[in-house]
Each structure stands twice: as C-alpha cells, then as structure tokens.
Design a protein around this ligand. Structure first.
Ligand SMILES: Cc1ncc(COP(=O)(O)O)c(C=O)c1O
Length: 418
C-alpha cells in the first residue's frame, strides 16, 4: 500500500535531496504516524482495562521504542537481547512482557529479575524454573479460529504454547508450586485484516479463560498477542480497530460477567508497519527472459518477499508519466529468491531512479541478515518537527567482521576448555 498521505506529504518534498546527500538505501520511519496509530489503538479500548506492549521484534530501534514508551506503551520481548534493549530504553517492571518460546533458563531469570510479566510457553518450564514469578501465565497453543494458520501451525504441530487440554493441570501445578495469581496468553492471528475474524480468535481465548475460571483458576489478565494486519496491497481494506476492540471487550465481558481480567495486546506490525519505507535506487536494468530491475537494496534489508512471497508495494515517485510494464525487481544477493517483486507493473524504471518499497516499518530491517556481505542499511526517522534523524547507521565492513577472531585462539587445549 502506498505510504499514508500525511507521511508522503512530509517525506516526498525532501526525499530527492535526502537520498542524494545521505545515500541509498535506507529505511525511513514516520514518528508522527507511529504515535498516531498507537493512540488510535489505545483509544479503541477506552477505559476497558487494556494495555498495549509493542512487539520489539517488529522494529527493535531504541528511538522508536522510546517514542512508544513515552506514549505509555509497554514492550513485548521474546529474547534476552530484547530484554536488555528494553532495559536500556528505560522500560522497567510490568512495562515489559516476556513472551518467549523454547526458553533458556538464564533468559527466564533475566526476565524474572527485571520484574517482567512472564509467559510460559511450555509446561515443562515449571520444573526448570527454580523460582516462579508472582503471576504465572501460560501461552495456549493455537486453538479454535487461531489454529491452522500457516504461520502458527495447528494444535498438533505448532511449536507454540500448551495444548488447551493440559492448561488446567498446568495452572494447578503452578499453584502447587506457590503461584497465587494467573494470566493467559493466546496469539490469536497473523497479519489478519478482518476485525471479525481477529475478534473471533480472541473470543476463543476468553472462552478458554472462562473454562479455567470454572476450574478455579481466576485470571488477572488475558494477553491476546499480536497479529493484526496492515494493507500491504493497494486493494486491501484496513482493519477497523474500533470495531475489533469493541468486539474483543464485549467477548471478554460476556465470558467474565463478574470479574473481568485486563486485556493485554502485543501488537507490532499494525503500530509501525505502514509508517516505514525502504528508499533505494535503481542501479540496473536488463532482460533475462523477463525484464529485470536491479536495486541497490537486497533481501538483507527486507526478507518478507523472499521468505513468505509477501507483497510490498513499490513506487518510483519522481518518474511521472512513463508507460507501465511488468518487471521483476531484484537485489544483489546470490540467491534466486532475492526478489522484491515479480511481474510488477512499473513505469519504465531506469538506473538512477529512486524506488520506494512500502510498509517496511515492521518485520523489515529487524529480520535482515548479512549473508553474502550484503550489509543492512541505515534507519532514519522523520520526526514530528519534520527533521530527519539517523537512528541507525548503515552497517560497515567493521560491523560485518566485529565478531571475527583475526588471530584464532584455542578454546580447547588438551581436552580442557579455556
Ligand atoms: C508472541 C508474539 N507476540 C506478538 C507478535 C507481534 O505480531 P505482529 O507484529 O504481527 O502484531 C508476534 C509476532 O511474531 C509474536 O510471535
């Protein structure tokens, strides 16, 4: 989907200069848009007892995390590194939820010491944890409407969560180990654009929570995870956040008429996704069975098209009036899947043109990697005041080799670790 009008109106007049003086490629994010979407999300729940924790994995840049923290958002972390990042930007105690899987005891310890709201992804962790948090929550495996999605898998095959049939016993075990307060986590959807479907999946989580309440496990909160979608394709219809939140709150109140648990969300994509764009330059144009356009960015800056066949809108903002025809748009990595688009109608791209890849504000740069020495680009932020600030420089050869031991040293000498 083309970037929101307000972002375009503030970015496009300065983009040519910016790209020329700073150099491409880079991601640029819109602070105003990110804050506005966060506020819209919070307003949709009103005073229903809700807290949003931004999924750090979507855009783990300190400047963006601080922006959201200042708006009252919490942070959702899934690894020790994300926990450390959250601490570094000032998120403390229950401003952090820790929703990991295949968890290492030391990272659980780190979350516990930070006072984070911890979710256990598997029941066995109760045995491995030497100490339980004040409130024990389990993630339920995909169930009901959430089951069967390609991204999360079904109950029998998902790597995530505790099977619903084992939940009550898991909470009883936690209570036996001293837990007195409880929460429930259910990741309800993935890139879902239907408010009705997303709310139905959340309803399934509340229904499970209500069954637990009947079994004597009172829930303080239900975390319905992330997964709301954004309009990647121009023809997509945006999810109505107000409709979705109203249906979620109604479902919560229906299932818990007497004592309503708080609602937690850990949304990432919808908060930052549309408010980012990857700015690159056309460096090549050739014919290889089909017309090919080469950019100076590659999948190291945006994996989603290669990984999921995901659609990202591409535009050439300054070429006006050229006729459109189909092109494959590629990066320079030695992988045939390093393609941003196949058969995409574009206006006769020529070397030197700026090409924008839209909707890169979530799960974009964050999923990048450095295979083939194709390094990750910079991240810039367009501030509310209209300034463009650098919030991560582009990687360099020194970054690429920062972990290299140029003078290899033994780690095992005569069978003894150093
Ligand atoms: C446990 C969990 N929470 C939250 C999210 C954020 O999802 P999204 O960015 O689609 O809202 C994810 C995404 O992978 C997740 O796995």
């Amino acid at each position: 989907m083309p970037i929101p009008d307000d972002f375009a109106a503030r970015l496009l007049p300065i983009l040519d200069d910016l790209a020329t003086t700073y150099g491409t490629p880079f991601h640029v994010y819109d602070a105003r848009g990110i804050v506005a979407t966060h506020r819209e999300l919070v307003a949709a729940f009103g005073d229903a007892g809700h807290k949003q924790y931004f999924a750090v994995k979507a855009l783990p840049n300190p400047a963006v995390l601080k922006l959201l923290l200042a708006e009252g958002s919490g942070l959702d972390c899934a690894s020790a590194t994300e926990l450390t990042l959250a601490a570094r930007v000032g998120a403390t105690g229950d401003d952090v939820v820790f929703t990991s899987n295949n968890t290492h005891v030391p990272e659980y310890r780190q979350a516990l010491d930070a006072g984070a709201v911890v979710t256990f992804d598997d029941r066995s962790f109760l045995d491995r944890a030497d100490e339980l948090p004040a409130t024990v929550a389990f993630r339920m495996s995909p169930h009901g409407s959430a089951a069967g999605s390609g991204l999360m898998g079904d109950t029998a095959h998902s790597k995530f969560g505790v099977p619903v049939a084992e939940l009550a016993a898991s909470y009883r075990e936690a209570a036996r180990r001293g837990a007195t307060r409880f929460g429930l986590h259910g990741m309800t959807c993935a890139n879902e654009l239907s408010a009705e479907r997303a709310a139905r999946a959340a309803t399934d989580v509340f229904a499970t929570g209500a069954q637990l309440a009947e079994a004597g496990i009172e829930l303080d909160y239900v975390n319905i995870g992330g997964g709301l979608g954004i309009r990647y394709r121009p023809e997509d219809v945006a999810i109505d956040l107000a409709d979705w939140a109203a249906a979620v709150v109604a479902a919560r109140d229906r299932h818990f008429p007497d004592r309503a648990p708080r609602i937690l969300t850990e949304l990432g994509r919808i908060v930052t996704g549309p408010h980012g764009v990857l700015v690159s330059r056309v460096i090549n144009r050739c014919r290889k069975g089909r017309e090919v356009v080469g950019l100076d960015a590659s999948m190291s800056a945006l994996m989603r098209p290669a990984l999921y066949g995901a659609y990202h809108h591409i535009s050439l903002p300054f070429v006006g009036g050229r006729p459109e025809s189909p092109f494959d748009v590629v990066g320079g990595l030695c992988e045939n899947m390093d393609k941003f688009a196949l058969d995409r109608a574009l206006p006769d791209p020529r070397p030197g043109d700026l090409a924008l890849i839209h909707d890169t504000g979530a799960h974009g740069q964050a999923m990048g990697f450095t295979y083939n020495g194709r390094l990750r680009p910079a991240e810039l932020l367009l501030t509310e005041a209209g300034e463009v600030v650098e919030i991560r420089r582009a990687e360099t050869f020194d970054d690429y080799t920062a972990t290299v031991c140029w003078e290899p040293a033994p780690v095992l000498t005569a069978g003894v670790a150093r």
